[in-house]
Design a binder for this molecule. Structure first.
Ligand SMILES: *Cc1c(COP(=O)(O)O)cnc(C)c1O
Length: 422
């Protein structure tokens, strides 16, 4: 049966309309989807990996008659100019859609560029309700670019308080922006509950799903209109591509976002698409290991006397552990903890780590540690940081895919070293 299906796939190229990534593989499981969707053998050469097409422009047979309309990677539109459409990008976008079980995927040159596409849907003067402890760069873009330059207004709300979310919606509200789990405090938002509010008020609902990746969480299934990822993190997973994506099931949103993608021009280079597509193929393997390793590290941290508190959604001590188990299929690779002592002890911990590198970013195979107060969240106003509990003793870990025993030992010896500095 499987063999017949596979052979049919090889022999009969699907029509462009049906070959939109997820549609062709919707009955397959995650690992199968990300390895195959958008990645049928190249129709010209049989190459099993989508070719890296660097061309910026495409020869036309007659003026206005585009080449490649029969290729799924052109979405039936053919190729004209590589900002508008590129075969390598098309394959990657189909795989992204399949990862999120979405009808459509759109690729951007960074996560921020994907976020910018969303705010460009709204128009000048729009009001947005956003998670309060949203990614530092998102907050900076909302506050310092959209607000002064597009006259958009933002309410940063604690999304665990559904009444507060509802109360902050005004006649001008055009979008709800949720990031869950949040960064760096790993607070969860009930995705389905916010979807009900978005529906009631008829506003666009976008979820930044970067932290969980599509392997552990699928916001579209829970009622979001658009899901966003910084591909720079887990999706690519190897610290060698900056990228962003959006996925949606709504044809009208896809059309509008596609127009903005081409109009703004924040598209990824073909090589980045090629690399990110390669990274995506092992997302399920990596996420399984990230999750196992993070659980072991979180348990070791919680048991250590020099740690005052640990936030990891997989720990029963996480205040929203039940919600985590309900809306996610795993708990991810990010851990936040508060060390005993002060800034000196946090610094001593980070400087004594041997395997964890002291660096910004997250979600790659190598483990990283950072101080949000000084590094990733330095652009968040100090009083907001204090309100969110982002102080000098908070350390964020991105637990990688190294051997779990080595990671646990590294954290333990760095904690011991930090405790001796007090
Ligand atoms: C990194 C990140 C972004 C921004 O993505 P870039 O690829 O760095 O532009 C947005 N949201 C979250 C949660 C992130 O971690």
């Amino acid at each position: 049966m499987m063999a017949i299906r596979a052979a049919t796939r090889r022999l009969a190229p699907r029509s462009p309309a049906s070959a939109r990534g997820f549609a062709s593989y919707e009955h397959d499981n995650f690992g199968t989807r990300v390895i195959h969707a958008g990645q049928d053998p190249d129709p010209l050469t049989g190459a099993v990996v989508p070719p890296l097409v660097l061309a910026t422009t495409y020869a036309q047979k007659r003026a206005g008659t585009l080449t490649g309309t029969e290729l799924p990677s052109s979405f039936g539109k053919g190729f004209e100019y590589s900002r508008t459409g590129n075969p390598t990008r098309g394959c990657y976008e189909m795989a992204v859609a399949a990862a999120e079980k979405a009808a459509f995927g759109l690729a951007f040159s960074s996560g921020m560029s994907a976020i910018a596409a969303c705010t460009h849907l709204l128009g000048a003067g729009a009001h947005v309700v956003s998670s309060d402890d949203v990614y530092g760069g998102t907050q900076r873009y909302f506050r310092k670019v959209c607000s002064p330059q597009m006259n958009q207004t933002f309410s940063f709300v604690d999304m665990t308080d559904l009444a507060a979310v509802e109360a902050s919606i005004t006649a001008d509200t055009k979008m709800l922006w949720v990031e869950t789990p949040s960064n760096p405090t790993l607070k969860l938002t009930d995705i389905a509950a916010i979807a009900a509010i978005a529906k009631r008020h008829d506003v666009l609902y976008v979820v930044d799903n970067t932290f969980m990746s599509p392997y552990f969480q699928n916001p579209l299934d829970l009622g979001a209109d658009v899901v966003m990822h910084s591909v720079t993190k887990y999706m690519n997973g190897h610290s060698d591509v900056v990228g962003g994506v959006l996925a949606t099931n709504c044809p009208k949103l896809e059309e509008d976002l596609r127009f903005i993608q081409n109009g703004l021009g924040g598209v990824p280079a073909p090589f980045d698409c090629y690399m990110a597509l390669r990274g995506l193929k092992t997302l399920h393997l990596r996420m399984q290991r990230h999750g196992e390793n993070a659980m072991a590290v979180a348990e070791a941290l919680e048991a250590h006397a020099f740690v005052s508190k640990v936030a990891y959604p997989g720990l029963p001590s996480h205040p929203q552990h039940a919600l985590a188990t309900e809306q996610m299929s795993g708990y991810g690779g990010m851990i936040t903890f508060w060390i005993e002592g002060g800034l000196d002890q946090a610094n001593a911990f980070m400087e004594n780590l041997r395997l964890f590198q002291l660096a910004e970013s997250l979600g790659a195979v190598e483990s990283l540690a950072e101080s949000p107060a000084i590094m990733t969240h330095a652009s968040v106003p100090a009083e907001d940081r204090a309100k969110l509990g982002i102080d000098d003793t908070l350390v964020r870990l991105s637990v990688g895919c190294e051997h779990v025993d080595d990671l646990v030992a590294d954290v333990a010896q760095a904690l011991d070293a930090a405790s001796r500095t007090l």
